[in-house]
Design a protein around this ligand. Structure first.
Ligand code: HMG
Length: 384
């Protein structure tokens, strides 16, 4: 049975910050942000959106009546969840009007959890023929105003339907993965912003990629020339280049040019949004599928997922016949181009108001309900 990504969609809030403007206000060289780090713009989350509303907004773009009848599991990957107990997937089930006879679960392991969700979904479909799984990866990446990590913030959600006979890519059973307890990035329960040793995190990412690439090669006998492109987890777009540069010499000159071109295609959307944490590697895949001009059905792409703490997985997908027809390239580009640009003052105000103020008496249903009803066009019990 061929199993993989049948549909994919992306959502990010309607507000955006220009990073050249931010660099000037912070007293940094704009080239450091746009070239050194590789980010042009960054998503800003207004205080009436959260990971649930972003996830539901992504999923609603792809769910059909047929999906509603066949979805058996909703997997929600996030590290910016809105409740320490209740799964974000249950809110999504209600918002999307899915059947009560589904399993719903939230997964956490930094940016890696979306990939675990995808692999669980693939295995579920393998043992439940005809069923589908909705996988959502939704996050808000926050480091704090005027921190080194600020330029790498971002937000958004990816939704994917995993099924048999997928229209976009099949997921091959060739994964290699690893976990190691490392303090490169973490967020204690009482904090809204992540703590990070940025340079250490970059080193661990590169090292885990090299370790898994060598393991993958020895287990599968595949060479770099066998891949048409890579989708990397992109905390900032230069990170993908840093990882790929380590192995680029293994490809022929002509293939190096193709891989470089397709790396740029995979970075295009992330340059505009920033880090999505769990969704980032799948935004990179969507960007590659949308912007590369030379991909052919039957070709393989490599996917490298990394989550601080740290856990990583490397696997491949195979492009399906006519996959281009099912990739929402134009819709994604329009979503990015239509966003409203905020000033740095407006961004700072929105940043401070984002998510829950700690002084609010957390009757979370009221707060979450307000956010969700706004998403649905409802306020105080009235349609607005
Ligand atoms: P920094 O210390 O401000 O920057 O932090 P820098 O001094 O290292 O400079 C960055 C790059 O810009 C350097 O290039 C400079 O040379 C260059 P590199 O040596 O790296 O190739 N540069 C310039 N280039 C052109 N013109 C100029 C100029 N000036 C300097 N004028 C850092 C950067 C990324 C560390 C920081 O933003 C940070 O801490 N970010 C957050 C952590 C992060 O994103 N880590 C990535 C790996 S960990 C990961 O992916 C997991 C994660 O997603 C979380 C999760 O799993 O949940 C983060």
């Amino acid at each position: 049975m061929t199993i993989g990504i049948d549909k994919i969609a992306f959502y990010t809030p309607n507000y955006v910050l220009d990073l050249i403007t931010l660099a000037k206000v912070r007293g940094d060289e704009p080239d450091k942000y746009t070239i050194g780090i590789g980010q042009d713009r960054q998503a800003i989350v207004p205080n009436f959106e959260d990971v649930v509303t972003m996830g539901a907004n992504a999923a609603i773009k792809i769910i059909t009546a047929d999906d509603r009848a066949k979805i058996d599991v909703v997997i929600f990957a996030t590290e910016s969840g809105i409740d320490n107990s209740k799964s974000s997937a249950i809110y999504v089930q209600r918002l999307l009007g899915l059947s009560e006879f589904v399993r719903t679960i939230e997964l956490k392991q930094a940016c890696y959890a979306g990939t675990y969700g995808l692999m669980q979904a693939r295995d579920y479909v393998a043992t439940h023929p005809g069923k589908r799984v909705l996988v959502i990866a939704s996050d808000i990446a926050r480091y704090g105003l005027s921190t080194a990590g600020e330029v790498t913030q971002g937000a958004g959600a990816i939704a994917m339907i995993i099924s048999e006979t997928p229209k976009i890519v099949s997921i091959n059973t060739d994964s290699v993965y690893m976990s190691r307890d490392v303090a490169d990035f973490w967020r204690p329960i009482d904090r809204q912003e992540a703590l990070v040793d940025g340079h250490l995190s970059t080193d661990i990412y590169k090292e885990m990629f090299m370790t898994l690439w060598q393991r993958y090669q020895s287990q599968t006998k595949h060479q770099l020339n066998d891949f048409a492109g890579f989708a990397f987890h992109l905390p900032y777009t230069k990170m993908g280049k840093k990882a790929l540069d380590q192995i680029m010499h293994e490809a022929t000159q002509q293939h190096q040019e193709r891989l470089t071109c397709n790396l740029q295609a995979s970075q295009k959307f992330s340059r505009e949004v920033g880090n999505l944490y769990t969704g980032s590697v799948y935004l990179s895949l969507l960007s590659l599928l949308s912007n590369a001009t030379d991909l052919k059905s039957g070709e393989k792409l490599a996917v490298f997922s990394y989550g601080s703490g740290a856990e990583a997985e490397l696997y491949s997908v195979t492009l399906q016949k006519n996959f281009k027809n099912y990739v929402p390239a134009e819709m994604t580009q329009q979503l990015l181009s239509k966003r409203q640009v905020m000033s740095v003052d407006q961004y700072e105000a929105m940043f401070k108001a984002q998510l829950y103020d700690s002084h609010i008496d957390v009757k979370s249903d009221a707060i979450v309900g307000t956010k969700l009803f706004q998403f649905l066009g409802w306020q105080n019990g009235e349609r607005v």
